[in-house]
Unconditional design. Structure first.
Length: 576
């Protein structure tokens, strides 16, 4: 019939009732509907995140993580109990005092200054004071007794660096029009390093203050790329457990969730199948090390490259520690990693960024590193630009605004003075020395029964652990320290590593290291045997610094005590 509604009578009745509702009631109903939709959205989001978590960690791994989290919380609650807290506070305070005594308790005859002098000092006064400061007792890195830390290129190179830095001591790259020579040198440093790592002609890069800033920039670029191109608002990156701590710092600074992939022995490299399981729509970056800091092993970069291409993700290769050694391995007569699969650098199509420390095995002055990108677009994602600032249009390529042009001049001068031949020669010396240490651990009758090499190092770092854990490797570290050696302790599992530098390649240095290590292992084995014969494992002697810190860190489910000790250490650095 004309004018008759085609809707069923029951539905017509409901619509009439809905129209008859007061306006406030309709608003309430709409709000309830929105609330229900939001609830469904959050449930779906929770289910999605739970799915990706379970896929990444696996069922057993997820259960283990929940268990460890609960264990950690219970332990933290236990530490907060009044009686326990007071004891912990006393131990932390004792550790703080020990740190102060060690770091600031040098010769009391040294003057301390907390205010500006009333009158300017004369050159003679300054010279006398500086000589007194230089004479303060320290580890003799010149004798090759320091693992890493001081990447010294020789006295002649120091003089070249000093001259270059003097000429450009007031320069600042932020004012490229005022200091055109510094701009030129910086651009050439980047270009030379890009060439060393087989970047395409459109490759790009920037200098930074060190490896940490280079890594931060790579992570920032990846985050901004994912945010701009894919709309990712909850970024995640996948890193090996052996990757440098700078990636954790980047996660904290830039709001990136860090998915950690455990790297078990015997090779201590990242398992590719586990990386694959962590990939999800929020993933912004894959990471590999060449080599990693703890053990000196090189991750399977070709496999990571294939994975990055498959999922259209950026891949960063951290070559801060390998720096100029990695490109020179083959030319120095050593195997180059994954040579038959494309290598480790921009020859692999999936590699989008590489961090390289020029101040390590490039022998440039401290405060120099380079971040390399496959193209300029990736570099632009790390830029900071403020077009509306009241002080004028502002732009900077990295974290710092003003930067020391003197360091850039020092790095450029170092690279030009050493040249490709010099870096190949240095690579031969350094890698040969690492092989000497490695062979001693594997073949010396005393060492091979007590120590084992961690993984298969190919560059400058060699790490080792105790074979049967009867010998505490951190006791070995403290005993070596007492003999003047400064080695690096690693954890999970406990071990020591030696990063070979040029001073360690001098005649007698590595032989002295091996002799002292043999002597200490003999003593440790004798002590363990005496304990076993006496039927006791009671440790009578006082633990050294390494054994105390890493022994505690490894045994506690909650690291808050260790964090407090580190805070005390950092505070101590600024005691005048």
């Amino acid at each position: 019939m004309p004018g008759t509604s085609p809707l069923p009578l029951s539905l017509q009745s409901k619509l009439q009732k809905a129209r008859a509702l007061p306006s406030w009631q309709r608003i309430v109903n709409n709000l309830n509907l929105i609330r229900q939709l939001l609830l469904v959205f959050f449930i779906l989001r929770f289910v999605q995140r739970s799915f990706y978590f379970l896929r990444g960690h696996g069922v057993l791994g997820s259960i283990a993580m929940v268990y460890h989290a609960a264990h950690k919380q219970l332990y933290r609650t236990f530490l907060s109990l009044p009686g326990v807290r007071s004891k912990v506070d006393k131990q932390v305070e004792s550790a703080r005092k020990d740190l102060e005594a060690k770091l600031t308790g040098f010769d009391e005859k040294v003057n301390r200054y907390k205010q500006l002098p009333k009158e300017p000092w004369t050159q003679e006064q300054l010279k006398t004071e500086l000589e007194q400061l230089a004479a303060i007792k320290r580890t003799r890195w010149e004798e090759g007794k320091v693992s890493g830390a001081v990447y010294h290129g020789g006295e002649e190179l120091l003089e070249i660096q000093a001259e270059a830095m003097k000429l450009f001591s007031v320069s600042n790259p932020i004012h490229a029009d005022v200091f055109p020579a510094v701009r030129k040198m910086e651009a050439e440093i980047v270009a030379m390093v890009l060439s060393m790592f087989n970047a395409p002609g459109y490759g790009a890069g920037a200098t930074t203050s060190g490896g940490t800033e280079s890594i931060l920039m790579a992570c920032l670029s990846a985050r901004n790329k994912a945010r701009t191109e894919r709309g990712v608002r909850y970024p995640e990156m996948i890193i090996p457990s052996t990757a440098h701590a700078a990636f954790h710092k980047a996660g904290q600074y830039f709001g990136i969730t860090v998915n950690l992939v455990h790297c078990p022995g015997p090779d201590y490299t990242v398992p590719i199948h586990k990386v694959r399981r962590f990939i999800n729509p929020n993933t912004i970056l894959l990471v590999g090390s060449a080599p990693n800091y703890p053990h000196g092993n090189i991750d399977n970069i070709p496999a990571l490259s294939r994975l990055a291409i498959q999922h259209k993700l950026p891949l960063h290769v951290d070559c801060c520690l390998g720096s100029f050694l990695m490109p020179c391995l083959a030319k120095a007569g050593f195997p180059s990693p994954y040579a038959d699969e494309g290598g480790f650098d921009f020859k692999l199509p999936g590699v989008t960024s590489i961090s390289v420390d020029t101040h390590k095995y490039g022998f440039a002055p401290k405060g120099n590193s380079v971040i390399l990108y496959r193209n300029k677009q990736l570099r632009q994602y790390q830029y900071f630009i403020s077009p509306d600032w009241s002080g004028g249009v502002y732009g900077s390529p990295s974290i710092a605004g003003s930067r020391p042009g003197a360091l850039i001049a020092g790095a450029w001068a170092s690279m030009m003075a050493i040249g490709e031949k010099g870096y190949i020669d240095a690579t031969h010396k350094i890698v040969s020395t690492r092989i000497t240490i490695q062979n001693a651990i594997k073949e010396h009758p005393v060492l091979k029964e007590a120590l084992t090499v961690m993984g298969d190092p190919m560059v400058s770092v060699i790490a080792f652990e105790s074979v049967d854990k009867a010998i505490d490797i951190y006791d070995v570290a403290d005993a070596m320290s007492a003999k003047g050696w400064h080695l690096n302790s690693v954890q999970d599992p406990p071990g020591l590593h030696v990063a070979v530098t040029l001073p360690m390649t001098k005649d007698g240095a590595v032989d002295s290291l091996i002799e002292d290590l043999v002597e200490i292992i003999k003593k440790e084995k004798e002590r363990v045997a005496q304990q076993a014969q006496a039927g006791t494992l009671i440790e009578a002697r006082k633990k050294g610094n390494q054994a105390q810190l890493y022994g505690v860190a490894g045994s506690l489910p909650d690291k808050s005590i260790v964090e407090r000790i580190v805070v005390a250490y950092l505070d101590t650095l600024y005691l005048a």
